[in-house]
Design a protein around this ligand. Sequence first.
Ligand code: URA
Length: 254
Amino acid sequence: MKKKAYHLALEESDLQGARIALIPGDPWRCDTLASVFRVRKELAFHREFRSFWVQDKGEPALVVSSGIGGSSLSIAVEELAQLGIRFFLRLGTCGGIQEHIFPGDLIVSEGAVRMDGASLHYAPLAYPACADWEMVKLLREVCLKLGYLFHTGITCSSATFYPGQERYDTYSGYVIRALQGSLEEWKRLGVLNYEMEVATLFTMCRVLGLQAGAVCGVLVNRNSSEEVDPSLVEEVELKLALVGKEVVSLLSTL
Ligand code: URA
């Protein structure tokens, strides 16, 4: 790709050897993720897609925000792949749905329930949304090394934050019948958490032959509260940043 990627406003030469992209949803979280690297340079900020080039001891990386949801993430992944990125690591936030998962914990996703919508444009629903197993192994090793409490398992990616995650604290207070009881059902089926992008990332990367992983910080346990504690966001972001930095430093082992 010689010209600038349409949405990301990046070109091939911006990669400067980077093979991996660290992907938060929030463009403002890019700052925190980039801040833990010794060298960082902001590349572009177009719509919801903000990008930095970063490097520490090992190889360089990009930090690129995906925006919220699978549709937006699919644009970022598509354009990054065209530019030459081959490894994708989502560093996001989520709501825990199992009783033993607490705010501040991390979740390493092995796979995802495909309620995201966007992944249907890449593969039929029967196709599984699986992480790259080497990435899962590496993420587990990194979380252990950093001493972070983490859980590994299945994530539910929803196209919506409110009804798809069975939230009733909404304007109408109504959730359609098809989704009533869905939180309890996913919980019974052992799903760990809700978020909005992992299923799209995993499905796309599998079908395109790219390697993907995801780790999300828990902001709320949905069994006890709907309120996100803002002081927790900073703590979780720093954990995600240090996980991302460590993964980049170990990328050559994949
Ligand atoms: N992101 C989500 O999609 N859900 C949550 O509960 C928290 C963050």
